[in-house]
Design a protein around this ligand. Structure first.
Ligand SMILES: [Zn+2]
Length: 142
């Protein structure tokens, strides 16, 4: 940044990093004048503007292409995850919930039978159906 000596008005180009937030004592190399320099809000804003401008200009075209490609690949991977995982998860959750429901019904089948007559018979029938289905699948695989 450009800092002007308040006494002789000579201008110096000083590295931004050399001036801390709280400011520092500077000495003019021309007239030996000493003064305390502190970045004003305006100077800070100017530095910010310059640094953001140079940042965006510094990215070369090739790097930009690589970044765009990487972002596109990232979206593709995310889409794949979105499409495949929920179906598998849903299937797994359905199977687990179904098994849990059967275990629950089987545990309380006597109590449920008191409220719903013929429930135990229904459950036995259901087991027979499952067995048939299991045998059918085994036959299909063979
Ligand atoms: Zn000076």
């Amino acid at each position: 940044m450009i800092i002007a000596c308040p006494k002789c008005k000579k201008k110096f180009d000083i590295e931004d990093s050399l001036i801390p937030e709280k400011g520092r004592l500077l000495q003019c190399s021309s007239c030996d004048n000493k003064w305390f320099f502190k970045k004003t809000i305006e100077v800070k804003k100017k530095i910010e503007r310059i640094s953001t401008k140079t940042k965006t200009n510094k990215i070369p075209k090739e790097t930009e292409d690589i970044i765009i490609e990487a972002e596109e690949n990232n979206t593709k991977v995310e889409n794949l995850k979105k499409n495949n995982l929920p179906i598998l998860n849903l299937l797994l959750i359905t199977i687990i919930s179904f098994a849990a429901l059967i275990i629950f019904l089987d545990t309380f089948k006597i109590q449920i039978n008191n409220f719903v007559p013929g429930f135990e018979f229904l459950l036995e029938n259901f087991y027979e159906t499952l067995k048939d289905f299991y045998l059918f699948t085994i036959d299909l695989i063979k």
